[in-house]
Design a protein around this ligand. Structure first.
Ligand code: GRF
Length: 203
């Protein structure tokens, strides 16, 4: 079976990247990580890629004048590695129209809240401060907004008495590591149908 070529964009520790690499290597995900790109040279995600013998590329934002120019450079790298699906995994930059045009409906993101609640930064803190009883994570297609694209999969976790930002984040992260590879698997198998902002999963 031909494998879907993934490009993972990550700015930080890369635990979601790792869950994708692991799912690809055990063979239940018909995909492979073709390249990992970061906007932060010290990102542990780059190290994880190297440890798995995956090309790891740092594209330095400081050497570009605009978001579009930066994304043009990132798209060049993605295209060099024949990437078919872009997965944002803890990527701290907003993608510009350049990237959306190069990969229309082919960019996924994972967010640590049940969207549309608590988009943007510090989603777990937002959930705790609001006082919700459940939070979770969402895998969605990326559009021009911040965490606003069509929702593919969600998983809920309870918010427990005495939770801290860290304890809630850890509970959510466990679900993220399951949910993201599953969403990529559904995409790779052609089981996601996008209709407006609704995503159906074909059985
Ligand atoms: C995750 O919580 C993800 O949902 C959010 O950023 C965090 C990245 O964690 N977008 P990691 O770098 O994958 O460990």
């Amino acid at each position: 079976m031909t494998k879907l070529r993934l490009g993972v964009l990550a700015s930080g520790r890369g635990s979601n990247l790792q869950s994708i690499i692991d799912a690809c290597s055990v063979g239940n995900l018909p995909a492979e990580v073709a390249v990992v790109i970061s906007d932060y040279g010290e990102a542990y995600a780059l190290k994880r890629a190297q440890l798995s013998h995956i090309p790891a590329v740092f594209v330095d934002p400081n050497t570009f004048g605009s978001r579009e120019d930066y994304d043009t450079a990132v798209v060049e790298v993605l295209q060099t590695y024949d990437v078919e699906l872009v997965c944002l995994a803890g990527y701290m930059r907003l993608v510009s129209r350049k990237m959306l045009a190069a990969y229309p409906n082919k960019i996924l993101n994972i967010h640590p809240a049940l969207l549309p609640s608590f988009p943007g930064l510090h989603a777990q803190r937002q959930a705790l401060e609001y006082g919700v009883k459940f939070s979770g994570c969402t895998v969605h297609f990326v559009d021009e907004g911040t965490d606003t694209g069509p929702i593919i999969l969600q998983a809920a976790v309870p918010v427990l008495e005495g939770d801290t930002e860290d304890s809630l984040a850890a509970r959510i992260l466990e679900q993220e590591h399951r949910l993201y590879p599953e969403a990529i698997r559904l995409y790779a198998l052609g089981k996601l149908v996008l209709n407006g902002r609704k995503v159906s999963v074909i059985k």
